[in-house]
Design a binder for this molecule. Sequence first.
Ligand code: AP5
Ligand code: ZN
Length: 218
Amino acid sequence: MRLILLGAPGAGKGTQAQFIREYYGIPQISTGDMLRTAVQAGTPLGLAAKQVMESGGLVSDEIIIGLVRDRIQAADCAKGFLFDGFPRTLPQAEALKKAGVALDVVVEFQVPDEDIIERLSGRRIHLNSGRVYHVRHSPPRTPDRDDVTGEPLIQREDDRTDIIRKRLAVYHAQTSLLVAYYSDWATSGETQAPRLIQVDGTRPVEEVRQVLRAQLGA
Ligand code: AP5
Ligand code: ZN
């Protein structure tokens, strides 16, 4: 199974990815998580990406396409994978298509901007695993500690209100175009076209998961 999760910052991509990757036994390829790990480790990639990410902009298509190209060649991707936060621009989507990567499903989580600030300002993450919590909607069992490892949770640098607004603007200007791109492809009649599933992401986490399960036939 090969899927793409599309949606605004805070729409719930990482949250629902946790159940999808476990259900299908496929890796979650989150370009955001990969970049944050590189920033943390201080690698050349991390140094190149740090400022762009902290300002809410997009890392260059060239860097991202190279990163994903390498990642999907790894052995654990043989059974499929789940893209979370990729592609994010038309050139990224075109590069994926040109590479001949056969996709099964594109999921779009629909959440209005008004809900996003509250979600992202209450978000806490476990950096090493990418597990996502929310102080009210999905609290960890012990405050500010990861449920699995007990390690501390952190707040992302880009989850500040001014940066969230910038990320939303970038989403509307660039990434939201991909919804029409995949919708046109899905209705083109091409046999290679992935199915587009559009989900109301404003429902509680468990409800979104149930709707998605039903739509995926999972
Ligand atoms: P990335 O890490 O991909 O961030 P994002 O797209 O902005 O998405 P988020 O991770 O903020 O949101 P999410 O949809 O995963 O929401 P979550 O499930 O955590 O990218 C970060 C940066 O890296 C980018 O800005 C860019 O600079 C760079 N980058 C990454 N990929 C790139 C690419 N392809 N090209 C160029 N640059 C790239 O949920 C959010 C919160 O809401 C959580 O607290 C959660 O608990 C809560 N929540 C989730 N679902 C619900 C629900 N149904 N009800 C209530 N609360 C909920
Ligand atoms: Zn995420």
